[in-house]
Ligand binder design. Structure first.
Ligand code: CTP
Length: 397
């Protein structure tokens, strides 16, 4: 599995850095190529020479090294590998990653990469259990970062608890899994996400509270299973997934055109909160308060993208999944929405303000299919995405 794979190994500053030397040996035994990156704290624990000798590779340490930049720039370095592994991942490195900082070579590579990243945390038990580390871990997981360990046990600092870096064989297993071809390899999946903005005039628009978090998480989860994803998004609050084919749109009409252009697809997931209406007489100039009363806006219905694709006679994706954002009679409304639109599955959720779901980090959904309604427990939006991606993989793989 690891033969001919290229791993960029970032070694942070922790006592567990000595295990990373063994990790390099074992990876090379299995045929992988390892390019080591050592942080300045990491260099207090292992020497650059031992790491580079075991890897039989040039070692990278500094962000501003003219020789390195001339040979291979840091952006290229961040994308040259099949997988980036951070072992040990210290509390400081995790905080930098979660905060999107780029003030040394390791953090810059981690911010610039479009490859998957696996971290093996290692730190004192109090640091691991600190609220800040918990927050950072949750952020990293929702960003799609893979995590192995830490384990519980005696620590070098004399305390006992979770915080010991995972053993080398466990890290290798996690690398194997991360590099395995997912069940959706070779499949093309279309995902819509975010709100749409329907202009009233050049400065004003009609929109809704969708943040794009759930749609983005779904795209990441599908890619994690090996799918090629076309991500058609309205103006969302969160950045689109970097390794998807991203198409940014503003209006429902643009979204429909982008969706049609992206076909054929094996599956399509419509997570966007598309505005139901657009303003027919939108002003080409800013509408002024000119004393002649309120503007008379005329509305027309937007095309229903989900229904259009579900009812296609030619080139319909094998599996079409819609979402139903409801505030009342969630299951009944979503069940009839599935029939009306003609999609295969509906992921229904209650978006009443008291649920905090719209714009929040959690979701409680019910999956409605031919087999009936299946309620899932409330969980993070990334966890919903992962579970949905698994189900989609079972249906179309
Ligand atoms: N949808 C779409 N195009 C539209 C409206 C909705 O593709 N013009 C999709 C959404 O992406 C979602 C599903 O249809 O997957 C249901 O969206 P929702 O807003 O819950 O339903 P509506 O069709 O807008 O129905 P209503 O507003 O009456 O609840």
């Amino acid at each position: 599995m690891l033969a001919d794979k290229h791993i960029l190994l970032i070694v942070g500053g922790g006592i567990a850095a000595f295990k990373s030397l063994d990790l390099v040996r074992r990876l090379r035994d299995r045929g992988a190529r390892v390019t080591p990156v050592l942080t300045s704290a990491g260099a207090q624990f292992v020497t650059p020479l031992s790491l580079s000798a075991l890897a039989a590779s040039k070692l990278y340490q500094e962000l501003f090294d003219l020789n390195d930049e001339a040979e291979m720039g840091h952006i290229e370095l961040s994308r040259s590998a099949d997988l980036i592994v951070v072992a040990p991942a210290t509390a400081d490195l995790m905080a930098k990653m979660a905060g999107g900082m780029a003030n040394d070579l390791a953090s810059t590579l981690l911010l610039a990469t479009d490859k998957r990243v696996l971290i093996a945390p290692s730190m004192n038990v109090r640091m691991w259990e600190h609220a800040a580390t918990r927050r950072n871990l949750a952020t990293l997981q929702s960003d799609g970062i893979l995590v192995v360990g830490p384990n519980e046990g005696d620590m070098a600092c004399g305390e006992y608890g979770p915080g010991r870096m995972a053993e080398v064989f466990e890290i290798i297993d996690a690398i194997d899994t991360a590099l395995a071809d997912g069940p959706l390899k070779g499949k093309h999946v279309l995902v819509t996400s975010g709100p749409t903005h329907e202009p009233i005039d050049p400065v004003r628009y009609i929109a809704n509270r969708s943040s794009g978090v759930q749609g983005t998480a779904i795209a990441k989860a599908m890619m994690a299973l090996g799918a090629k994803v076309t991500f058609v998004t309205g103006p969302a609050d969160v950045a689109p997934p970097s390794s998807a084919d991203v198409i940014q749109v503003q209006t429902a009409q643009e979204m429909l055109a982008a969706v049609k252009a992206a076909k054929p697809a094996d599956a399509a997931i419509f997570a966007a909160a598309v505005a139901d209406w657009h303003v027919v007489n939108a002003g080409v100039r800013k509408i002024k308060k000119d004393g002649n009363g309120l503007p008379a806006l005329e509305f027309a219905e937007n095309p229903d993208i989900l229904a259009t694709v579900s009812q296609m006679t030619e080139g319909r994706p094998r599996l079409v999944v819609g979402f139903a954002a409801e505030t009342d009679d969630v299951i009944a409304n979503a069940t009839s929405k599935r029939k009306r639109k003609g999609c295969d599955w509906i992921v229904a959720n209650d978006v009443s303000p008291e649920t905090g779901i719209m714009g929040g980090s959690e979701n409680a959904v019910t999956l409605i299919s031919d087999a009936g309604a299946e309620a899932w427990p409330r969980m993070g939006k990334m966890a919903v995405a992962t579970q949905l991606a698994k189900r989609i993989a079972e249906a179309i793989a």
